[in-house]
Design a binder for this molecule. Structure first.
Ligand SMILES: Cc1cc2nc3c(=O)[nH]c(=O)nc-3n(C[C@H](O)[C@H](O)[C@H](O)COP(=O)(O)O)c2cc1C
Length: 381
């Protein structure tokens, strides 16, 4: 197919759009991916810099880092990025620079506390309520109101550090069963104080982090959230509640929402759980689209980033043209092909080669993430 025709077919996918005041050169986002490539204790080193260099050269408009700890107790692996004190700043500045060396590529930092699913050898897991976690076998400690305000401060301070490092925006990790998602779920939040009991109270931690960060940094630093929309366990969060939470967050001023779902325990409830569903056929693609369709009309000017099984550029283009999302976001496809956006832009619009087999998830637990399928194919040829 001629390049001019392809560019017409993918016109919206490769058109610029803003998140807050920051312009992204196209609608393609690299969804947050724990690469297991930081140095010990979460410092930025050459391994992770090289990984981001390759990604930034591949044509993605906005890269979101892997989940980055806001506190020494916040991480699940010593090789997960951290930015909880100033000793981490110089490394993150190098990471930002390597990405910004590529024309118009933007970098967001995703910040996290592992909460109920924490398995830190020195710090016990914490959560809004002490509900035993069935995959780790641990019962989290219930946070006091004072401790919650302390964690809000830590999220804000990490966002301020990220701004000082040169990041273009921040994404709060409020999904997949980690701390912030524990607050928005009736399965893990049984509180009856200011942080639980009503939908407004469940959303309060996210509203507080937003307000305190915006007060410090203003609108020049967009604040976004990856939001839990389904827990996929009996008695867990469902879309009727999470869509109201999304509405509250949009009214608060969040610049973008990336709906996602699933917790560790969903693996016990389903064979093919969120957030990383295996995709057997094209019908399985874009598996958060029905969620996006429900949330998009409720969030006004807040941008919607659609993640989950996106592989086909023509269907991505249609989703954007139908105004069901403002951006599309990919994780596993970019592990296989970090240059996928350039491949599409240069005329090869066949779907992503990623088979969604989830082998990357398995290797990522033990060492640097890579695509197992691709490596096996390379060995054969
Ligand atoms: C290896 C791996 C690491 C991931 N790390 C993160 C992470 O740090 N933060 C996050 O929010 N989601 C993480 N995810 C989930 C992805 O961002 C994404 O939501 C999910 O893989 C679905 O998108 P996909 O179909 O494009 O892969 C990870 C997924 C994989 C496979």
């Amino acid at each position: 197919m001629k390049l001019v025709k392809i560019m017409k077919e993918l016109k919206t996918l490769f058109s610029p759009e803003k998140i807050g005041n920051v312009e992204i050169k196209n609608r393609i986002v690299r969804s947050a991916t724990f690469e297991h490539r930081a140095e010990k204790y979460g410092y930025v080193g050459q391994k992770i810099i090289d990984f981001y260099d390759e990604l930034a050269r591949g044509g993605t408009g906005l890269i979101i880092t892997g989940f980055t700890g806001i506190d020494p107790s916040a991480t699940g692996s010593p090789y997960q990025l951290r930015l909880d004190n100033d000793s981490y700043i110089s490394g993150h500045k190098k990471l930002v620079k390597i990405v910004h060396d590529q024309p118009d590529v933007k970098l967001a930092i995703q910040i996290v506390h592992m909460g109920r699913q924490g398995e830190h050898p020195r710090f016990p897991p914490v959560a809004p309520s002490p509900i035993p976690e069935k995959t780790t076998g641990l019962t989290p400690k219930e946070l006091s109101v004072e401790e919650i305000y302390e964690l809000i401060k830590r999220f804000k301070e990490t966002a301020i550090r990220a701004y000082e490092c040169g990041y273009d925006m921040v994404q709060l990790h409020a999904t997949h069963g980690y701390l912030l998602s524990n607050f928005v779920s009736p399965y893990t939040n049984k509180r009856r104080d200011e942080f639980g009991g009503s939908i407004e109270n469940m959303a309060k931690i996210l509203v507080e982090i937003f307000n305190q960060t915006r007060d410090e940094l203003g609108k020049k630093f967009p604040i976004t959230v990856k939001l839990q929309t389904h827990d996929s366990v009996p008695g867990g969060l469902t879309l009727d509640t999470s869509s109201k939470i999304a509405e509250i967050l949009a009214d608060t001023g969040y610049d973008a929402i990336e709906p996602s779902g699933g917790i560790y325990e969903s693996q016990l409830a389903h064979k093919n759980p969120y957030p990383c569903k295996m995709i057997k056929s094209s019908e399985g693609e874009n598996y958060f689209l029905s969620t996006a369709k429900m949330i998009k009309p409720l969030i006004n000017k807040t941008k919607l980033i659609l993640v989950g099984g996106i592989k086909n550029p023509l269907s991505a283009e249609k989703i954007l043209n139908d105004k069901q999302a403002d951006f599309i976001s990919m994780c596993r496809p970019l592990i296989y092909e970090p240059d996928l956006p350039n491949r599409w832009k240069n005329g090869d619009i066949s779907p992503a080669k990623c088979t969604s087999c989830n082998s990357c998830l398995v290797v990522m637990r033990k060492g640097p993430v890579y695509c197992v399928t691709k490596k096996n194919l390379e060995k054969k040829s």
